[in-house]
Design a protein around this ligand. Structure first.
Ligand SMILES: Cc1cc2nc3c(=O)[nH]c(=O)nc-3n(C[C@H](O)[C@H](O)[C@H](O)COP(=O)(O)OP(=O)(O)OC[C@H]3O[C@@H](n4cnc5c(N)ncnc54)[C@H](O)[C@@H]3O)c2cc1C
Length: 396
C-alpha cells in the first residue's frame, strides 16, 4: 500500500480503468459517479489495436469475448435513400486477421465495474458529485455532494466529453476547447419490431447516414448521424425522438420504424459530434483523461480503447516517475496519438457523411465500381491505418 489517495470523477471507461490500474499500484481509490447507476449507452463499440491490448493487459479479454455473440453480423449492406442497394461488404473478410472485440459500451463498463469493484482499496460512490476542489500545495481537498471531504494526492477528471472538471480547472481554455464537426449523433437499442434487421444496414444520403444492426435475436440498434450546424444539446428521449422524426421524416421506412420504437425509458446517447482540444491536460495535481481531455468522436473508432490505454499509461508513468513528472510523461507519450486520431476524424467526417450531392455520388461511384476484392482491401487498409495511428510510438 502506498498510502496515497486518488479521487476519480466519472465511472465510465476511462475512470474505471484508471481506478483498477492505480489500485493495482497500491493507491486508495475513490470513484465519484453522478448517475445513480452505471450509465447505459445503447451503442456498439469496437476495440482493436492498442485498445484490444489494454483489455488483454487488464485480464478482461475472455470475459468480454463472451459478450460478442450478440453483435455477430456477416455483411454490411449499403443502401441509398430510395432503398436501392449500393454495395455489400463481407465484414469477416474485411477484418481478416485483425484482432477486434465488438461489444456494447454498457457491457464494457459493466465488466470494468465488476473487476474494479472486487479490489479492496476502491470505494465507488454513485449519485455523488464534486461540489468544490481546493488546491493546496501537496493535497487537493475534494468536497463532495454527500457532504464528505477527501484529502487527495491526485484528482482524475474522467467525466466524459461534457466534463465539469474541465470547466472547473480550465475555465479559460474550456471556452475554445470544443471543436464542433457540425454533425449530431443519436444511438439507441430497442426491441426488433420489423424482423428485417438481420444484417448491418447502412442508409446513406448527402448530409446523413443511418446504421441499423441486429443485437442478439430480438433487439436491434440504430446509429443516426446528420449534418447540423446548431450546437444545442437535446437530452431528453422525448425531444430526441421529435428531433429524429423531423430529421428523418422522408427517409426509408425501416429508419422511421426504428424511431417510433424508441420509448421514453430507452437509454439513449445523443450529442453533437465534438472533439476536445486542450493545450494541457493537467493543472497541478488534477488531470483529465479520456473524452474529457481529448474527445476523438466515434469517427476514430478508438475513443474507448485510447481511454483504457491512457489509464494504463498514467498509472505506469506515476509509478515510475512520481506524480508531477508522471503526469508530464503520460501527456508527452499520448499527445502524438491523439493528434493523429483527431486529424483522421476530421477527414473521415466528410468521407463518411458527404455534404454535397456530387461528393456523395462520387464516393458511391468509387465504391460501387470498385471490384469487391479491392473494396475489401481499401477498408482493411483504412482500419490498419486507424490502428497504427492509435499506437504509441514505442509500440509501432
Ligand atoms: C455512437 C458511438 C460509437 C462509438 N464507437 C467507438 C468504437 O467503436 N471504439 C471506441 O474505442 N470508441 C468508440 N466510441 C467512443 C467511446 O465510447 C468514448 O470515447 C468512451 O466511452 C469515453 O470514455 P470516458 O470514460 O472518457 O467517458 P464516458 O464513457 O462518457 O464516461 C464518463 C462518465 O462520467 C460520468 N460523469 C459525467 N459528469 C460527471 C460529474 N460531474 N461527476 C461525476 N461523474 C460524472 C458519466 O455519467 C459517465 O459515467 C463511440 C462513441 C459513440 C458515441
Amino acid at each position: 500500500m502506498n498510502n496515497q489517495t486518488v479521487v476519480i470523477i466519472g465511472a465510465g471507461v476511462a475512470g474505471l480503468s484508471s481506478a483498477w490500474w492505480l489500485s493495482e499500484s497500491g493507491w486508495n481509490v475513490v470513484v465519484i459517479e453522478k448517475a445513480t447507476d452505471l450509465r447505459a449507452g445503447g451503442y456498439m463499440l469496437g476495440l482493436s489495436g492498442p485498445g484490444y491490448s489494454a483489455v488483454e493487459k487488464m485480464g478482461l479479454l475472455e470475459v468480454l469475448q463472451k459478450h460478442q455473440y450478440r453483435y455477430h453480423v456477416e455483411n454490411n449492406e449499403y443502401f441509398n435513400s430510395k432503398g436501392k442497394k449500393i454495395f455489400s461488404l463481407n465484414i469477416k473478410k474485411i477484418w481478416g486477421d485483425i484482432k477486434i472485440l465488438m461489444l456494447s459500451r454498457t457491457d464494457l463498463v459493466n465488466e470494468l465495474y465488476t473487476k474494479t469493484n472486487q479490489q479492496k482499496n476502491i470505494d465507488i460512490r454513485f449519485n455523488c458529485c464534486v461540489t468544490h476542489l481546493e488546491n493546496n500545495s501537496e493535497n487537493i481537498e475534494v468536497y463532495l455532494s454527500d457532504e464528505t471531504v477527501i484529502s487527495a494526492n491526485l484528482v482524475i477528471g474522467a467525466d466524459g466529453v461534457n466534463s465539469q472538471t474541465r470547466k472547473e480547472i480550465f475555465p479559460l481554455e474550456e471556452k475554445n476547447s470544443r471543436e464542433y464537426l457540425n454533425y449530431k449523433v443519436a444511438a439507441f437499442t430497442t426491441k426488433e419490431v420489423s424482423g428485417e434487421i438481420k444484417n448491418f444496414k447502412s442508409f446513406a444520403e448527402p448530409n446523413r447516414v443511418v446504421e441499423l444492426y441486429p443485437v442478439g435475436k430480438d433487439q436491434s440498434a440504430g446509429l443516426y448521424l446528420w449534418k447540423d450546424n446548431h450546437h444545442s444539446a437535446i437530452d431528453t428521449p422525448q425531444n430526441t425522438r421529435e428531433e429524429l422524426s423531423n430529421q428523418f421524416s422522408n427517409s426509408h421506412p425501416l429508419i422511421k420504424k426504428k424511431i417510433v420504437s424508441l420509448e421514453e425509458s430507452t437509454p439513449l446517447f445523443f450529442d453533437n459530434l465534438v472533439m476536445i482540444n486542450l493545450p494541457k491536460w493537467s493543472k497541478g495535481r488534477v488531470v483529465l483523461i479520456g473524452d474529457s481531455a481529448h474527445c476523438l468522436t466515434l469517427l476514430s473508432g478508438q475513443g474507448a480503447g485510447i481511454a483504457m490505454v491512457s489509464a494504463y499509461l498514467l498509472a505506469q508513468s506515476i509509478e515510475r516517475y512520481g506524480i508531477d513528472q508522471g503526469l508530464t510523461d503520460h501527456e508527452e507519450k499520448l499527445r502524438p496519438v491523439i493528434h493523429r486520431l483527431q486529424e483522421r476524424s476530421r477527414k473521415l467526417a466528410t468521407w463518411f457523411i458527404p455534404t454535397s450531392k456530387w461528393s456523395f455520388n462520387l464516393r458511391n461511384m468509387i465504391v460501387r465500381y470498385m471490384p469487391n476484392a479491392l473494396i475489401g482491401w481499401f477498408f482493411l487498409r483504412a482500419i490498419r491505418s486507424d490502428i497504427l495511428a492509435a499506437s504509441l510510438n514505442e509500440e509501432n
